[in-house]
Design a protein around this ligand. Structure first.
Ligand SMILES: CCC/C=C/C(=O)SCCNC(=O)CCNC(=O)[C@H](O)C(C)(C)COP(=O)([O-])OP(=O)([O-])OC[C@H]1O[C@@H](n2cnc3c(N)ncnc32)[C@H](O)[C@@H]1OP(=O)([O-])[O-]
Ligand SMILES: Cc1cc2nc3c(=O)[nH]c(=O)nc-3n(C[C@H](O)[C@H](O)[C@H](O)COP(=O)(O)OP(=O)(O)OC[C@H]3O[C@@H](n4cnc5c(N)ncnc54)[C@H](O)[C@@H]3O)c2cc1C
Length: 662
């Protein structure tokens, strides 16, 4: 049974008819300018015209092995299509487009991200010349092998050793225990023939801490594992099952001296160690990846929002007024409250991701000329934003799923897959609590430095002990952001006081730190969100002069909603430090409800402006035409169980049970 699909259902037509702003202009802002929109669309067109990039059968119906092969087929096709058409894999990553065709964890993602980034960021000139062309042309395929069975977070605790043998000018890589087994790296199991491996460097019996090594794992002709190496796949996971996350053990495996990445620290032929300019430069690939994850999280959240908001405009349920037709569920205030603050979050994250990228580019340029002073600021910002972005994207995506009721639980809605993919982001690339604790360390250090009269770097300058008083009226955007800043300053001051009190009463600084760590994580979260609010307000006010009034108004409303929501979430702290009073909070709550109703009218148009095509949304609930029920029904027909009326299971199990004398 198939029906003629209307261009777009009446509900969505009506929603789109109410649009009060120029969608294309908003699309351009989100992309970073009209040229980037145009480029993204060119890539999309090319991909859409490549049928090999699509699934014949939903991966849900494939075996574990077939899922992997199918994803590998698409990933390799994607890389060749991009290359042939004059684009790079980076174009597919930065626009999000290509990856959405593969997104259940694809076996080349670690190669095009962390493997290449390590080669670019950690190689000396000779290494770069040797490895980069090979990796860029896929002559070698690699991954980033750091985490072990026993340690992921605590990089200094890794157990894999790289012991230098000056007689042969080789490193001997070894996994001395079961817990030293590398565990988790994407594409390590079956795809990669190389890996960048984090291992403890030993010279003359002394350990110099974790360093990075280029290691060939498999023969380049036969793809068989090399002697001295055991490698395999770790088995099914919550999601991302089309990637071959792997394990790896070394048994006194030898690699040449020149395979240690030597841009920052070096080992000479006679086994002498040359220190890097900063001891954490070898963590550079992680920092770079965290910057990218902020974008990635915002993109995944936006996919979920498009699906849930379009569906909420199509779905009618219950009676708002007895006897009236069933309303669109988007008309319920509670539905608006579920979805619209997350829509505001998406914009906030997108603008913050851009600001972070600029800090990253600036810091990297500085590193090139030996300037290390921006590194702590970049580490704190990238850690905090990675944690907030993934936490919020996971929460927001799940709320989108719940907001779609039962149908959100269907695989064909694509919400479960978006959720499981982004859920991993809370853990990988630095578990979020751990990253927040790194931010907290920076906050406390900055707060103490300020007490001693030192000038603070820009992202923490508002923490200075005697800040200038805010002149903005409290209820203005700036006034509320200042109030949030005052709240964070109070929290950090309180954390510092508690730490000091514990130390004064005889606790060691480390024990005191652990005893305050719940509060410290809250400080880091609040600080990062304050930064995000600032970036959002700045971005909207800067755009003010350059964009049409309709677009500016929508952005202003989204920014306002983000700030109001944040103030309500932090009400307890803001009341305690006197930054707001109960009366102000009541009016903020009322304003938020009013804003939800205002934004609701534009909600479908706003998600349209995010401009993600149906082939990338892959959702029965979120397609442009709103033809939800027909799509769900047709997807169900593809279930292999529907191939026959009576399944084998009936003959094998059900019938014998029915015939048994129980
Ligand atoms: C994409 C999908 C695939 C996924 C892939 C993966 O997951 S791959 C696997 C991903 N795995 C992970 O992400 C693992 C997560 N774990 C880690 O990254 C590290 O173990 C750590 C950062 C938690 C601690 O590191 P540690 O024990 O070595 O350090 P410490 O705590 O003793 O602090 C000492 C000082 O160093 C400073 N500092 C630290 N890092 C940086 C930096 N990058 N830059 C600058 N500075 C940095 C810190 O602020 C402190 O400064 P202070 O206060 O003294 O001035
Ligand atoms: C899908 C996926 C893909 C991955 N891909 C890769 C990859 O390509 N390459 C790679 O090398 N690794 C990869 N990883 C591994 C990932 O980086 C680690 O899992 C991550 O760094 C967390 O480390 P862990 O698993 O040891 O967690 P743990 O550190 O054991 O965390 C467990 C709990 O302990 C808490 N905890 C730990 N330390 C502290 C502390 N100091 N203070 C307070 N609480 C603490 C954490 O907050 C958490 O609640 C991947 C993981 C996943 C899930």
């Amino acid at each position: 049974m198939s029906v003629v699909v209307p261009e777009c259902c009446d509900d969505l037509k009506r929603e789109r008819g109410r649009c009060l702003f120029n969608k294309e202009e908003l699309t351009n802002i989100l992309d970073g300018g009209p040229k980037l929109t145009e480029k993204r669309r060119r890539i999309e067109k090319m991909l859409i015209n490549t049928p090999e990039l699509f699934d014949d059968v939903s991966p849900d119906y494939l075996s574990h092995e077939d899922r992997y092969s199918n994803e590998l087929r698409k990933a390799t096709q994607l890389m060749t299509t991009l290359e042939k058409n004059g684009f790079t894999y980076n174009d597919a990553v930065t626009t999000g487009t290509g990856l959405w065709l593969l997104m259940d964890g694809n076996p080349l993602s670690l190669h095009i991200s962390m493997f290449l980034d390590t080669i670019k960021g950690q190689s000396n000139p000779q290494q770069l010349q040797e490895w980069l062309p090979l990796a860029e042309k896929f002559k070698i395929i690699g991954t980033y092998a750091q985490t072990e069975l026993g340690h992921g977070t605590f990089v200094r605790g890794l157990e894999t050793t790289a012991t230098y043998d000056s007689t042969t000018k080789e490193f001997v890589l070894h996994s001395p225990t079961i817990t030293a087994t590398k565990w988790w790296p994407g594409a390590l199991g079956k795809t990669s023939n190389h890996a960048v491996v984090m291992a403890q460097l030993y010279l003359g019996g002394k350990c110099y801490g974790p360093h990075i090594f280029m290691v060939q794992l498999r023969d380049l002709e036969t793809h068989r594992t090399l002697p001295g190496i055991v490698v395999g796949e770790i088995g099914p996971r919550l999601g991302m099952n089309s990637n071959d996350n792997g394990f790896l053990q070394f048994n006194h495996h030898r690699i040449p001296l020149t395979n240690m990445f030597m841009k920052h620290s070096q080992v000479t032929e006679d086994g002498k160690y040359v220190k890097p300019l900063h001891s954490k430069l070898s963590y550079g690939t992680m920092v770079q990846t965290r910057v990218g994850i902020v974008y990635h999280a915002s993109r995944e959240l936006s996919r979920a929002l498009i699906i849930a908001i379009r569906y909420s405009a199509v779905r009618h349920q219950s009676e708002m007024v007895p006897g009236d037709p069933e309303p669109q569920i988007l008309d319920y205030q509670t539905q608006q409250y579920k979805l619209l603050p997350h829509l505001a979050s998406f914009f906030a994250l997108r603008f913050s991701a851009r600001a972070l990228l600029e800090v990253f580019i600036g810091t990297s340029a500085g590193l090139g000329s030996g300037k290390m002073n921006m590194l702590p600021e970049l580490h704190a910002l990238s850690s905090g934003l990675k944690a907030v972005a993934t936490n919020d994207a996971v929460k927001g995506t799940d709320i989108c799923r719940l907001a779609c009721g039962g149908h959100g639980y269907l695989s064909s809605s694509n919400l479960p897959r978006i959720y499981t993919a982004i859920a991993a982001g809370i853990t990988y690339e630095g578990e979020n609590t751990v990253l927040f604790l790194q931010v907290a360390r920076y906050l406390i250090k900055s707060f103490r430095a300020s007490s001693q009269g030192q000038t603070l770097p820009f992202s923490v300058s508002y923490l200075r002990v005697q800040p200038p008083s805010s002149h903005a009226p409290l209820m203005s955007d700036r006034g509320l952001v200042d109030a949030l800043g005052a709240g964070v300053r109070w929290m950090v001051g309180e954390a510092e006081r508690r730490l000091q009190q514990l130390v004064d009463s005889g606790h060691s600084p480390h024990a005191a730190w652990n005893a305050c760590s719940v509060h410290l994580v809250q400080c880091a979260d609040a600080h990062t969100r304050y930064y995000i609010c600032e970036q959002f307000v700045d971005a909207v006010s800067k755009l003010g002069e350059t964009v049409s009034s309709g677009v500016h108004e929508v952005l202003r409303q989204l920014c306002r909603l983000y700030i109001l929501h944040r103030v309500i979430q932090t009400a307890g702290i803001l009341l305690r430090c006197g930054a707001v009073d109960g009366k102000a909070l009541t009016s903020i709550e009322e304003e938020e409800c009013h804003l939800l109703a205002t934004l609701r009218i534009q909600a479908v148009s706003i998600v349209d402006a995010i401009d993600i095509k149906d082939v990338f949304l892959k959702s029965t609930l979120g397609a442009w035409d709103g033809n939800v029920y027909q799509r769900i029904y047709e997807e169900a027909q593809k279930s292999p169980l529907n191939k026959s009326d009576v399944t084998q299971g009936y003959y094998q199990y059900l019938r014998p049970l029915m015939k048994a004398n129980l």
